[in-house]
Design a protein around this ligand. Structure first.
Ligand SMILES: [Zn+2]
Length: 146
């Protein structure tokens, strides 16, 4: 199993974000650098959920916002390591929509379950595969770094 290394402040910020937007989904982008044994996430950027009508069920980050984030990350010497979102009153497991809308191969997708407004389980999934056709989510361990 691969591992996602996340700075403690980032881990907490993701979970807090999910609590703040409850009962709607939150979403954001994870920034960091690739290490020998996996991404090391050192920053997270909150993004607006553009699907406000169905924010309970799905999330989407506007492409133009993604381009802007990528530029800011590059200026800091960071790369997009993955994405995070919350599942209000649903388990921290990916949905078929999550997989369909995930396009960044070898990046991490982190999901936090928020039950009754409180963040519970946080899981990470690596988008594995070589192409859009054979992409799949693989369970990933999360290691929190102080
Ligand atoms: Zn989801």
């Amino acid at each position: 199993m691969s591992t996602l290394f996340v700075a403690q402040a980032v881990y907490e910020a993701m979970r807090t974000h999910g609590e703040e937007t409850y009962p709607h989904e939150c979403c954001g982008v994870l920034l960091g650098n690739p290490g020998p044994d996996g991404w090391r996430v050192t920053e997270a950027t909150r993004t607006a959920n553009t699907c406000t009508d169905s924010a309970r069920n799905r999330y989407q980050i506007a492409p133009i916002e993604l381009v802007r984030i990528q530029r800011i990350a590059r200026d800091k010497g960071l790369e997009i390591a993955g994405f995070y979102h919350s599942h209000p009153d649903h388990p921290a497991q990916w949905s078929s929509t999550d997989l369909a809308e995930a396009h960044w191969l070898e990046c991490s997708y982190v999901i936090t379950a928020v039950a009754q407004g409180k963040a519970t389980v946080t899981n990470s999934f690596l988008l594995a595969g070589q192409t859009e056709e054979d992409k799949r989510f693989e369970d990933q361990a999360i290691e929190i770094e102080g």
